[in-house]
Write a protein that binds this ligand. Structure first.
Ligand code: FAD
Length: 397
């Protein structure tokens, strides 16, 4: 009886297990997770689970009914690809097919990464610890004005904390949005009552606050370091599984990861995109949801189409729903659709030099997201004047 061993019991790992059964896999499935918990969903950790609106975010997939053997609290430590053996802190595990789905780990900053009062946010335990620190009047310093920094700032303000956000770049969401598109979000911080410092690198994190490159110090009762994450693949070093400079497993377009029988999916894996003409590392929920179907088809002998999605993403922050689809490049033209100052939400679109729509970012405009995503998928030509008019639905030129 052949056995698939899935390493990492997050969204990508669980969905790989269920897609394997959907695809007719009748062999064994082992799902190994380093955390002590059964599988859960991460997006609520910076949102409704952090506010206390919901108590948990367990994934609903019934692993018992699928005949999946879940082993929690077991971490992979190494791999023998020739002998098809996984090393774990609970002993070796034999596999016929191995799926790497170990996700990502948050980056730390120099200083007291593990000191009391210094938080990272990736796991349920991280979220519970941070939630306990968000008491009225507490002073929270958030390092990084990215997606998670913004979401936690909203939550902490709602909980009555004093919040200072320190961002090294000149505007929120650096590396994701050009400053022109992110500038309106500065106002969201201000209106929430948080203080946002941009162009202010942090040089040291301590239990009592952060030290800034300009010599300043921001005191804190709690510090959240939210400066991005990196594939959690250190355990694969030297195993023959190819790793990129960004730490990702270098998968191919069927998410095969080099040695025969090895696959990688979710936040830990990059893949070559024909659509974008380059390798992509997508660390969003939607990618962890959809990649597993390709892995399951490849394992069960199907002939999956190349995995080449349009990346999509959402974030709920400051009472707003921000969504995006597609990727833009520096040579793309940015088009504003509606005003950030208005009440009805707004959208930013990007077009390539050939006039096709490459990406949309929407704020409280779900219809623009749905229509825009379809056009991005189809590489549709759009009329810039019509795109700029929020009263006209997004459509082909
Ligand atoms: P993970 O969910 O990280 O799961 C990997 C699992 O593998 C983990 O449980 C880990 O403990 C385990 N593991 C790691 N190493 C080992 C090992 N050596 N052995 C065994 N197990 C191991 N995306 C969105 O699109 N929208 C959002 O609003 C959004 N909000 C987010 C909020 C937060 C706070 C976080 C942290 C992420 C958010 N994301 C969001 C991103 C989204 O949650 C991830 O893209 C998704 O969880 C990736 O799933 P995954 O299964 O690849 O990895």
């Amino acid at each position: 009886n052949e056995r698939v061993v899935i390493v990492g019991a997050g969204l990508a790992g669980v969905h790989t297990a269920s897609h394997l059964r959907d695809a007719g896999w009748q062999g064994g499935i082992d799902l190994l997770g380093a955390e002590p918990h059964r599988p859960y969903d991460r997006p609520p950790l910076s949102k409704e689970l952090l506010t206390g609106e919901v108590a948990d975010s367990w994934l609903e997939t019934d692993l018992d009914a699928l005949g999946v053997r879940l082993r929690t609290g077991v971490a992979a430590t190494g791999l023998d690809t020739a002998g098809r053996r996984l090393e774990t802190d609970a002993g070796p595990v034999a596999w016929d097919h191995l799926v790497i789905a170990t996700g990502a780990a948050p980056r730390a900053l120099p200083g007291a990464a593990h000191a009391p009062g210094v938080h990272l946010l990736r796991t349920l335990d991280d979220a519970r610890e941070l939630r306990a620190a968000l008491v009225p009047g507490a002073r929270l310093v958030v390092v990084g004005a990215g997606w998670i920094g913004a979401e936690v700032t909203s939550t902490a303000r709602a909980a009555g904390c004093e919040v200072v956000v320190v961002e090294a770049a000149g505007a929120p969401l650096p590396g994701v949005l050009p400053a022109e598109a992110a500038e309106p979000m500065r106002r969201w911080y201000r209106e929430s009552g948080a203080r946002l410092l941009t162009g202010t690198p942090v040089t040291e994190v301590r239990s009592d606050g952060v030290r800034l490159a300009d010599g300043g110090h921001e005191p804190a009762d709690a510090v959240l370091v939210a400066v991005g994450s990196r594939p959690d693949t250190g355990w694969l070093t030297g195993t023959g599984v190819p790793l990129g400079a960004d730490g990702s497993v270098l998968a191919d377009d069927r998410l095969r990861a080099g040695p025969p029988g090895v696959y990688a999916v979710g936040d830990c894996a990059s893949f070559p995109s024909a659509r974008y003409g380059r390798r992509l590392l997508v660390q969003h929920w939607d990618n962890a949801l959809h990649g597993p179907a390709t892995v399951a088809a490849a394992i069960t002998g199907g002939d999956p189409a190349p995995y080449d999605p349009v990346p999509t993403f959402w974030s709920r922050q400051f009472g707003r729903m921000v969504q995006s689809a597609g990727l833009h490049s520096p040579t793309d033209r940015l088009l504003h659709r509606g005003s950030p100052a208005g009440e009805d939400g707004w959208t930013v679109c990007w077009t390539a030099p050939d006039g096709t729509l490459t990406a949309v970012l929407t704020v409280d405009r779900p219809r623009d997201l749905a229509q825009g995503r379809r056009l991005v998928e189809q590489r549709a030509l759009v009329d810039p004047a019509a795109v700029a008019d929020p009263a006209i639905p997004l459509k082909r030129a």
